[in-house]
Design a binder for this molecule. Structure first.
Ligand SMILES: [Mg+2]
Length: 174
């Protein structure tokens, strides 16, 4: 089912996303991947620019949750500085933690969006549970081994989607 890899929205980075549009279609909760989505892999705490964006989103009325495959230790400084909730060790694309978040905050699938840089984890997991999925380009090429392996598979999937006219790298849409 290659369609499960197609994001609902594709943007350059977290700053080019039209959050008003997400609000207008009924999204109330934003799940943000951490590594290479809101911060480069080796960044230990959030920058002012990230903090400002998260503040703006909270002011817009979104519940913001860090939703990462990384462990608690890595997420804690971000959670504290950004004053958001977090779900650690999510094992994306497993559905388990996505469903846990829906239940915890009493949200339905069409009220939640995942924003992440990987088709194989963030987007696939989100599409499997039926929430809104947004893909962005990874911030840097620096990644853990596991992600580097995922990228190889991802490139194969992108090539296939491209052939079918379903997705093209760098062709942004929302
Ligand atoms: Mg990532």
């Amino acid at each position: 089912m290659i369609e499960k890899f197609i994001p609902d929205m594709y943007q350059k980075n977290i700053y080019t996303i039209d959050y008003k549009k997400l609000k207008n279609i009924g999204i109330r909760c934003l799940l943000f991947d951490l590594d290479n989505t809101i911060a480069p892999f080796n960044m230990k705490k959030p920058s002012k620019k990230i903090k400002d964006l998260i503040e703006k989103l909270k002011d817009m009325g979104f519940r913001v949750v860090l939703f990462s495959n990384a462990g608690k230790k890595k997420l804690t400084p971000f959670k504290e500085k950004l004053e958001v909730d977090c779900a650690a060790s999510c094992k994306k694309p497993s559905k388990t933690k996505y469903l846990k978040v829906l239940k915890k905050y009493k949200l339905s699938e069409n009220e939640v969006a995942i924003i992440g840089d990987q088709l194989l984890t963030d987007v696939l997991g989100g599409n499997r549970v039926g929430i809104f999925t947004t893909l962005i380009n990874p911030i840097s090429k620096n990644e853990i081994i596991f992600s580097r392996f995922n990228r190889i598979i991802e490139n194969i999937i992108i090539k296939r989607l491209n052939k079918k006219g379903l997705f093209e790298k760098g062709k942004y849409y929302d």
